[in-house]
Design a protein around this ligand. Structure first.
Ligand code: ZN
Ligand code: ZN
Ligand code: ZN
Length: 221
């Protein structure tokens, strides 16, 4: 039997469900029931069935996911907006957009180097290792910005109609559907783009006040 390539890598190594080493007592070192401690068998090239499933899933989802990250609803959240710390006028870039850029570059390089024939790629140890690294990296970003979007109150940005902090963000009901931003006080519906614009203006003002405050502090010294 060939074990899943994860047994030759750092991090999580795949175990076979319900299959145990000879010496297994049925209880893990944490005192929990052992669900399986023998290495998972490589069934797709040098990957186990679980790794293969994750790889195929990532391969299938990556383009729509990157598009989602670039324009995605999570980019509207003010706490995700990063301001470049230079003296030049700063344009806030949502951190999720930066993540999309980095991940897009990584994934692009990966496919340029390895190609798209996943079945063939995972037959070599190097290819299988690279495949695990690929799905782990994509999953890491997806954990940070899950494609499943939830309704939440919008912080900082005021409703254009009543000027209160009442905006609620409602995710699209379907993929690429419309995002609804509605005020819970006056019930006015606001275009998502306008809210994003307000968030960015606000962020720029904060950056400016920060700069002038620092300038004043320097003068006083
Ligand atoms: Zn066991
Ligand atoms: Zn595996
Ligand atoms: Zn309102």
């Amino acid at each position: 039997m060939i074990a899943c390539i994860t047994h030759e890598m750092s991090g999580w190594a795949c175990r076979a469900h319900g299959v145990h080493h000879e010496g297994c007592t049925g209880v893990t070192s944490l005192g929990e029931a052992c669900l399986g401690c023998a290495p998972a068998e490589a069934t797709a090239g040098m990957l186990c069935a679980s790794c293969w499933r994750k790889l195929v899933q990532v391969d299938h989802d990556i383009m729509p996911y990157l598009a989602y990250l670039r324009t995605g609803p999570s980019s509207v959240r003010v706490e995700n907006i990063r301001v470049k710390t230079s003296t030049e006028p700063s344009i806030p870039i949502p951190a999720s957009v930066l993540a999309a850029h980095d991940l897009g570059a990584y994934v692009g390089d990966w496919y340029r180097y390895w190609g798209t024939e996943l079945r063939d790629i995972v037959t070599s140890p190097d290819g299988a290792r690279a495949a695990v690294e690929l799905y782990r990296e994509v999953q890491r970003v997806q954990r940070k910005w899950p494609a499943v979007d939830r309704a939440h109150r919008v912080p900082y940005v005021k409703c254009r109609a009543c000027k209160k902090l009442g905006l609620v963000y409602k995710p699209p009901l379907e993929y690429r559907g419309d995002i609804v931003v509605q005020c819970r006080f006056c019930h006015a519906v606001e275009p998502y783009e306008l809210m994003l614009l307000d968030a960015m203006v606000l962020e720029q003002e904060q950056a400016k006040t920060g700069q002038s405050r620092r300038a004043q502090e320097r003068e006083q010294q």
